[in-house]
Design a protein around this ligand. Structure first.
Ligand code: BEZ
Length: 239
């Protein structure tokens, strides 16, 4: 590095960290993040740019699924390094002109943050210069009702997100918290869950000896139990 070069400090919030605080202007007015979402789950996600095709397909999908996320006590907040008027014009174009995969007249009702100065994007490590120095990557931060980051997914500019997976993560994290269990690969509501959560395996011996009902141990470190779909959904979804 040259002597006079100033190295920029890049912050990357991690799983388990409190979500960095910020105030911002959005398409739905000012927000104070994450405090405005205290008591709810919130997904903060970034997209590279307004008026681009992959982002348009993602916004139409997210807007169509918004009610489903809200029913799981989860709000959505978007962000890109564009200004408010660009956001408004893009969302209006989506509503008035774009019909895609059976979705049309799609209204985006969740807030979309303007972040021209990249203040928020930098705080959240959404600028990844080797991918693009002036556009946010497709980041997804899952933040719990106490404002703690619980999961993070990053996608590159060229790949649209999988919204089934994003919803699965919201439901799985809430289920893990409510029932003190962990989720195996590809878990979906109705599938067996892991008990006890990884790390505390003392109880497993008793289970292997047949003392615990509804539990199956594959070995001393790997036990699962049934958790039926209705119980999961009733505990998570609002009526
Ligand atoms: C898109 O959303 O289509 C896109 C955005 C930035 C770079 C490449 C693709």
């Amino acid at each position: 590095m040259e002597e006079n070069q100033i190295q920029e400090v890049v912050t990357m919030p991690r799983i388990g960290d409190p979500a960095p605080k910020f105030e911002a202007i959005t398409t739905q007015g000012k927000i104070n993040f994450p405090d405005d979402y205290s008591g709810e789950w919130v997904i903060l996600f970034s997209h590279p740019a307004d008026f681009t095709p992959v982002c348009t397909s993602e916004f139409m999908t997210f807007a169509t699924l918004e009610e489903q996320f809200n029913k799981a006590n989860c709000k959505l907040v978007g962000l890109s390094i564009d200004g408010l008027y660009s956001h408004i014009a893009w969302l209006r174009t989506i509503k008035e002109k774009i019909e895609y995969k059976g979705m049309k007249n799609v209204e985006v009702n969740f807030p979309l943050i303007e972040d021209i100065k990249m203040d928020v994007a930098k705080k959240y490590g959404m600028i990844q210069p080797n991918e693009d120095g002036t556009k946010a990557v497709r980041a997804v931060f899952f933040i719990d009702p106490k404002g703690i980051i619980r999961a993070i997914i990053y996608y590159p500019l060229s790949l649209g997100r999988n919204f089934d997976e994003i919803y699965r993560v919201v439901v799985a994290l809430q289920t893990a918290d409510k029932f003190s269990v962990a989720m195996p690969a590809d878990w979906r509501p109705g599938d067996d869950v892991i008990v006890p959560p990884a790390g505390s395996c003392g109880v497993a011996k008793k289970r292997m000896e047949g003392e615990a009902k509804d539990t199956h141990c594959y070995d001393w470190f790997f036990c699962t139990k049934k958790l039926d779909k209705d119980t999961v959904l009733k505990s998570i979804l609002k009526k």
